[in-house]
Design a protein around this ligand. Structure first.
Ligand SMILES: [Zn+2]
Ligand SMILES: [Zn+2]
Length: 235
């Protein structure tokens, strides 16, 4: 794979996330700035899970509190709406930071307490009535009525995901005159281990490939070797 592909992904992803975040800050007072990092592995992690975007790093930049979020191309590839939910999830954490509210606890800070639930509600997410095991009120979905208010932002995130997907395909496309095209790996969303297969760019571009188990579309595994090594490193 040409070395330029991950760089292109990184720049495109960062600017899309920063744009979405600017809109979040415009709508909600007290959400701090973010700094986006793109991890070297491009494995997809469900962005609505706190740990997918969280790095836990925060610092002062130009005198402002700044939180760091990580977004891989695979994670963004899961779609604009889950990404939006994930960003709002962290916007609620940002409010907690600004207001010095303790919203998570536990050794790995995965327990989201009732105060987190209230902050999530402020940004339009719906906290569960009861705390779940381990994560407490960590899963706060973005309802359709709220998602509508973010339609343009979600569309922009989807467009970015499409651009980077195309870049991935081009990065693995054969040189002109290649006979069958070099194969690349595609993965579905089966958990805990996505199913994986090798396809040619032509075969992939002919139409969507669906997994009969998870019913998700297969998409390029991208930096295949790296994501395979990283599989299972996070929850
Ligand atoms: Zn969280
Ligand atoms: Zn599957």
């Amino acid at each position: 794979m040409p070395p330029t592909a991950p760089v292109v992904h990184g720049a495109v992803i960062i600017s899309a996330i920063e744009t979405a975040w600017r809109e979040i800050r415009r709508r909600f007072d007290g959400v701090p700035d973010i700094c986006v990092t793109t991890p070297p592995t491009t494995g997809a992690q469900d962005p609505t899970k706190c740990t997918a975007l969280r790095t836990g790093r925060r610092f002062e930049r130009y005198g402002h509190l700044t939180m760091q979020l990580q977004v891989s191309s695979g994670t963004l590839g899961l779609g604009g709406r889950p990404m939006m939910e994930g960003l709002l999830h962290h916007a609620a954490h940002g409010l907690a930071l600004t207001r010095r509210i303790v919203d998570v606890s536990g050794g790995d800070r995965r327990w989201h307490n009732k105060k987190y639930g209230s902050l999530a509600r402020e940004v339009g997410l719906v906290p569960p009535a009861r705390a779940a095991k381990v994560i407490g009120r960590g899963r706060c979905p973005l309802p359709d009525s709220e998602a509508e208010k973010w339609a343009e932002v979600i569309a922009a995130l989807d467009a970015t995901a499409a651009v980077q997907l195309k870049a991935t395909i081009q990065a693995v496309a054969p040189p002109r005159g290649g006979r069958s095209g070099s194969r690349f790996a595609i993965v579905c969303e089966c958990t805990p281990v996505p199913r994986r297969q090798q396809v040619t760019p032509h075969f992939y571009e002919q139409g969507p490939l669906l997994c009969g188990l998870c019913l998700a579309k297969f998409r390029p595994a991208d930096s295949v070797v790296l994501s395979a090594q990283a599989a299972g490193e996070d929850l």
